[in-house]
Design a protein around this ligand. Sequence first.
Ligand code: 1GP
Length: 268
Amino acid sequence: MTEKLKVLAHLTEKNKQTKHAILIDPADQTPDVAAKRCLAAVNAGSSMILIGGSSDTDTKNVDATVIAIKEILELVIWAKTQDSMKLETTPVPIVLFPQGAAALSSSADAVTFMMLMNSTSPRFLIEEQVAGAPHIKKSNIEPLPMGYLVCAPGGKVGEVGKAKLIQKDDIKRVQAYALTAEYYGFRLLYLEAGSGANEPVNPELIKAAREACDLTIIVGGGIRDGQTAKRAASAGADWIITGNLAEEYDDADELQRVLTNFIKDMNA
Ligand code: 1GP
């Protein structure tokens, strides 16, 4: 991913099919295990790897995880093409989804440069971003301008991020946030229910956001099967993120099968 804005173009590409991304929390698995899970996801058809977590991540474990994933994906590409000149990049971008400025890695392709729009704390609205921006510039990774909205139940990220949660029936509010995100110039809008949520984002909220703005809509939190993903996709999600799902599988072949079916069902 050497050209400017290449990852943003990949994320915002107009596509009838909803895409899947796997979220890896470096605090939950070793870099080696993370790399094997990512390989299974890419083989299953996932289109992006997100790296992040809301606690216990720092530059050291994020960096080690990104490097291990890059290595395993490059090896596979090399084995397929037998052409080391094509090793410059991996086709599936590795994107940081940081809890704050302290969890950045210069080895990634891009970073979601996000405002937790419904936070009540200046730290998540602007301060972490100001602290991280010079590091992003220095590492030459691509910033992806994103509005991040935590919806009920919200989980840990809602608590840590001091979010005034978007409730299931807050249709007008989610629309106002979606418009605000567009007017700020963000290109992506992430509707988050919280990792491990017992209920995903209400599809009605996704639909409302879709109608209110032209942004690329990303949805995650509590999505564990293709049917649930399909409901979010039909409501207007361009990307579906799953984190916990992959952590349930230690066997890479089994994970690949599960994710292959997930992606198939999502777009059925
Ligand atoms: C969390 O939306 C993601 O930021 C993924 O959530 O772990 O519940 O899939 P899950």
